[in-house]
Design a protein around this ligand. Structure first.
Ligand code: SF4
Length: 657
């Protein structure tokens, strides 16, 4: 069997509106005393990381999560004994005055699910491994064989559905990109279509049993795939006349610290912007209570979003929301066309007087050598406003200056003007290669840009609307519909929010456009508490967003699981150790997974894998293939480095004296 055209959507509608913020109306499901979906607020949740057999440890961790604001607590139940111990955990929580709904997390073990469903308020099943053992085999199925498989799954899954129905237990059918069954992979490949179909196979069985207390998720570590899969799911539910089940949003194996937050915000935020999502779990390789404020910051932003200034509707949307294609733009100097998206740092508030000031944006001056070294995160442009920089900039960095100052500068080799849109018709002097024009997405006549098509223009797109992503996206759509292919830099400005919020909001606003192929660069501005722009933070965040949206890779990517009761080593410590030795390997993806049961599947498209396979034992992977099995953990990082070296992907760190 092969992909049939029947799976290709006939419309690209996946949300209520591309311009007016409006939450998708999902059905309400009950999860204990905290209902989900419908008009209820977007709930936040997380998962314990302590061994489920450690009742007190799990209870105390759950309480830390609840006190941080966690509304549902998920606990892994890898086998019968852990499923049975959920009774003790629930009782102990009750004894201590906590009645938070519990969710049992199930992989591979239907019997554990059937026990847990009688105890807790919700079970999560992974349709990729509920009734299948993943063998990473590509098998061709005939129609008959495929239908026989569906019958086998039905027989295996139906008892759980009946128990959930009898006990009033909710179920999440949670697809993961990295753990699709061989059957789904053989028919749909490793695609958003496969992810959606994987859930629908199980959903149809539930509906046949008249069981509707269901939540759906489509998680992936790749933000583009994740966003496309959720959109496609909504489109398919609508097209097939299925109920609008609530959505649980998450990016799997997002990693830790700033990178983990940025990646989560790019994927989750892009969907929230379009009104999708009823509950959020941010998966960080950190203590679970640290995930809660991140999730809250993401969802709270939409509480009053519906009141935003009006954005004109979109008649025709040329963007395919289910697959990635970069918008075709004119190549103007180093911007647009096939160039990577550029990073512009706004330093217009500051005085850049000496070479050392550029270190914050990745251009490091070494006094002894009297030379600059550009890091992988060296900004491409610096915007100096009216304060033109007096010294010669290093190779790799160009300057943007307000037109009123620029027009009087004689050497403009690497210096370009910034022109306000309203002044366009009165410009006396142009740069022969590149001229930036600042435009406000909601307040200009876009048609007017058509006559400047061949004038070496790059637009800097601003917005003042609180629903700014939608306003900027509409601008891109109108450009496309008018056939205007000038390159566009996405500009966003944030004031008086904390650093975490800056990280999350900018990742949402810019990342959400980039994953739709929109934008030839990013320019962020962040001021807080009367402090000027923190250039280092802005530079890091800009490159982080481009990486998380998979549009410009400048650093090593760590796909690390958040850990759970199955974890076989200290994930946080190990991730930090691996990172310390490999974070100069630009573009290499390393999976760091707590267990061999789910780890290899969940590593998605990592180049190398470090997976716990027993107490003190690590199995090392190259892609999906085991290279060394059960290596003692004390040697495992060095062995991993050896594998990377043998593969030719290792580089030594550059030493500058
Ligand atoms: S990969 Fe990590 S989070 Fe997933 S089941 Fe294994 S230990 Fe738990």
């Amino acid at each position: 069997m092969s992909n049939s055209t029947a799976e290709i959507p006939t419309d690209n509608i996946y949300c209520n509106s591309l311009t007016q913020f409006s939450r998708r109306k999902s059905i309400e499901v009950n999860i204990g005393n905290v209902p989900l979906g419908g008009k209820h607020p977007i709930r936040v949740q997380s998962m314990t990381t302590i061994d489920t057999m450690d009742t007190v440890g799990t209870v105390e961790q759950s309480i830390r999560m609840i006190e941080a604001g966690c509304e549902y607590v998920r606990i892994t139940a890898p086998s019968m004994k852990e499923a049975e111990n959920l009774v003790n955990i629930k009782q102990e929580l009750k004894n201590r005055g906590f009645e938070v709904p519990l969710i049992a997390d199930i992989h591979f073990t239907p019997n554990a699910a059937e026990v847990a469903a009688r105890i807790v308020e919700k079970v999560r099943v992974n349709p990729g491994n509920y009734a299948d053992k993943k063998r990473f085999q590509k098998i061709e199925y005939t129609d008959q064989e495929y239908n026989d498989e569906i019958h086998r799954i039905r027989d295996r899954f139906r008892p759980l559905v009946k128990i959930c129905k009898e006990y009033g237990t909710t179920m999440r059918i949670g697809t993961n990109h990295g753990s699709l069954s061989d059957r789904i992979m053989s028919q749909y490949g490793d695609t958003p279509f496969g992810m959606v179909e994987s859930a629908l196979e199980f959903l149809r069985i539930c509906e046949d049993e008249n069981y509707y207390n269901i939540v759906l998720s489509m998680k992936a570590s790749n933000t583009q795939v994740m966003v496309q899969a959720y959109r496609l799911l909504v489109q398919k539910l609508n097209a097939e006349g299925l109920k609008p089940y609530p959505l649980h949003l998450g990016v799997t194996e997002a990693g830790e610290a700033e990178d983990g937050r940025i990646k989560s915000a790019v994927g989750i935020g892009a969907l929230l912007e379009d009104g999708l999502g009823d509950t959020v779990r941010v998966s960080l390789t950190e203590e679970p209570e640290f995930e809660i404020p991140v999730a809250q910051n993401l969802v709270n932003r939409y509480m009053n979003r519906g009141d935003h200034p009006k954005i004109n509707e979109v008649d025709q949307n040329p963007i395919d929301p289910f697959s990635y294609a970069r918008r075709k733009s004119l190549e103007t100097d180093i911007i647009g066309g096939s160039n990577v998206p550029r990073v512009i740092i706004d330093a217009s508030d500051l005085s850049i007087n000496k070479y050392e000031d550029l270190g914050a944006i990745g251009h490091i001056y070494h006094t002894g050598l009297d030379k600059f070294n550009m890091t992988d995160q060296g900004a491409d442009f610096i915007y100096s406003g009216t304060k033109s920089i007096s010294f010669m900039l290093p190779n790799g960095l160009k300057e943007i200056i307000d037109y009123s100052i620029w027009k009087n500068i004689s050497d403009v080799t690497s210096r370009f003007p910034l022109i306000e849109f309203d002044d366009l018709d009165h410009i006396e002097k142009w740069h022969n290669k590149l001229n930036f024009v600042a435009v406000d997405a909601g307040h200009i006549k876009i048609q007017k840009l058509a006559k400047y098509q061949s004038s070496s223009l790059a637009l800097i797109l601003r917005t003042r609307n609180i629903h700014g992503l939608a306003e900027q996206r509409r601008f891109f759509i109108e450009l496309e519909n008018l056939g205007i292919d000038l390159p566009v830099i996405i500009q966003r400005e944030y004031k008086n929010i904390n650093k975490d919020q800056f990280l999350l909001y900018s990742s949402t606003d810019v990342g959400g456009l980039l994953i739709d192929g929109l934008g030839d660069g990013v320019m962020l501005r962040y001021t807080s508490d009367n402090q000027s722009n923190d250039l280092e933070l802005i530079d890091r965040t800009s490159f982080g967003i481009l990486q998380a949206a998979r549009t410009r890779i400048t650093k090593t990517e760590y796909i690390s699981c958040p850990s759970c009761g199955r974890t076989l080593f200290d994930l946080q410590e190990t991730t930090a150790m691996i990172r310390a030795k490999t974070d100069h390997l630009k573009g290499v993806k390393i999976g760091i997974m707590g267990c061999i049961v789910n780890g290899p599947g969940e590593m998605a498209d990592a180049d190398y894998g470090y997976v716990g396979s027993g107490k003190g034992k690590i199995t090392l992977y190259k892609g999906m293939n085991v290279v060394k099995r059960n290596v003692p953990s004390k040697n495992a990082v060095d062995e991993l480095i050896e594998i990377i070296k043998e593969d030719g992907a290792w580089i030594e760190t550059e030493k500058i004296v």
